[in-house]
Design a protein around this ligand. Structure first.
Ligand SMILES: Nc1nc2c(ncn2[C@@H]2O[C@H](COP(=O)(O)OP(=O)(O)OP(=O)(O)O)[C@@H](O)[C@H]2O)c(=O)[nH]1
Length: 368
């Protein structure tokens, strides 16, 4: 069935669907949000001709609603401001009457300014590992070991996430960059969050002080790109500590954020850059032409900036959209999908409703 050849086309589909027959990519208009590939929603459409066995006549009795939850995975190099970002978002949300909950996933963390609903150190801490005479691991290997231990004990995380009614989490992650760029451990975590119906946005932080030279900027952008490609989730890159920059430096950083590759020419006198100019230019052209990586400036002292950043991240995971869709729906149908007699998923459908322009949450649809 194609999307435009039956009345299904105009039906509203809830995002609470399992399995994949057709992926619909929702591309957010904001250039800072990047979707490496369609992650959600995955929609299963029943063939009308074969749907009779799927239709469940006892709609009310069997209505099985999966509650979506949302998360930000806060990543970035050591000291880039991950914990401070969590604290800023928690305080901002408190001020606007919204609940967000933090889970610390850094086994080496010593202190954070916010309350957590879960702390990986309850499960395993870096000291447990590095002091273990059988393991003989150093700090880096120990950190990876701790994260792998978490993946083997996800019941712990499930329990922590289940202890609150609200649905928005911040995962404060360790600063070891290999976890996001090539090790499989974070990917496994994301897969499990997906299985728990938690939509996750990767928030990758880079310190503004590393953005003051073209070569540093492109190096940071490549790391961010690597994390984005590895994790395959909506991804927002933030440049932190903007409040520490003076006007001149802010403008300089802004030129990088605008992907102004002419900046390279200004640094051509530098011996290293002169030697590798062709390569660096090729990389910068890749960024410029394909808009693979973009950054938002994050100033924790500016409430408007915090609010706008949060809104962009929320949109990328469609947080809030379900709330809008909770308005009374007419003639809801509930279609169960069965496999070997077991219910695999369901689809809630609503009769066609005229959508207002304001109902468009800035999403452009692309059917792949
Ligand atoms: N002024 C300013 N300071 C910041 C900001 N973000 C972080 N810092 C400071 O930078 C230092 C490191 O910040 P953290 O939040 O601990 O960084 P982190 O990425 O969690 O560090 P690790 O957990 O060690 O990887 C702290 O002294 C923070 O106060 C910011 O936006 N503005």
């Amino acid at each position: 069935m194609s999307l435009d050849d039956t009345s299904f086309t105009s039906l509203f589909l809830t995002p609470f669907i399992l399995d994949t027959a057709y992926d619909i990519t929702l591309l957010h208009c904001h250039p800072a949000v990047l979707f490496p590939r369609p992650t959600f929603p995955k929609l299963l459409f029943a063939e009308p001709s074969s749907s009779s066995s799927f239709l469940n006549p006892n709609l009310e009795q069997n209505l099985w609603i999966i509650k979506m939850r949302y998360a930000q995975l806060i990543m970035g190099p050591a000291g880039s401001g991950k914990s401070s970002y969590c604290s800023t978002i928690v305080n901002h949300c408190k001020a606007i009457g919204r609940n967000v909950y933090v889970i610390n996933l850094d086994p080496a963390a010593e202190y954070f300014e916010y309350d957590v609903i879960g702390d990986i150190r309850e499960l395993i801490s870096l000291d447990d590992v590095t002091e273990d005479e059988d393991l003989l691991l150093g700090p880096n290997g120990g950190l990876v070991y701790c994260l792998q231990h978490l993946i083997e004990n996800l019941d712990w995380l499930d329990e922590k996430l289940g202890c609150v009614e609200d649905d928005y989490f911040l995962f404060d992650c360790p600063g070891q960059i290999e976890l996001y760029t090539h090790l499989p451990v974070m990917k496994s975590l994301i897969k499990q969050l997906d299985n728990w119906n938690i939509r996750t946005c990767g928030v990758f932080l880079l310190d503004a002080h590393y953005m003051n030279e073209a070569t540093k900027f492109f190096s940071g952008a490549l790391v961010a790109l690597s994390a984005m490609i590895t994790l395959e989730i909506p991804h927002v890159n933030l440049v932190t500590k903007m409040d520490l920059l003076n006007e001149h430096d802010r403008n300089a950083v802004q030129r990088f954020l605008d992907m102004d590759t002419d900046l390279l020419r200004e640094e051509e006198d530098e011996p290293w850059l002169r030697k590798h100019l062709k390569l660096t230019k090729a990389i910068s052209t890749l960024f410029e032409d394909y808009s693979y990586v973009s950054f938002l400036a994050f100033d924790r002292t500016d409430e408007d900036c915090i609010g706008e950043t949060l809104m962009i991240i929320d949109n990328s995971i469609q947080y809030g959209e379900d709330l809008e869709h909770k308005e009374p729906m007419v003639n809801i149908q509930n279609i169960h999908f069965c496999h070997n007699g077991e219910t695999q998923g369901f689809l809630l459908l609503q009769e066609p409703v005229e959508r207002e322009a304001s109902d468009d949450y800035g999403m452009a649809d692309e059917v792949s």
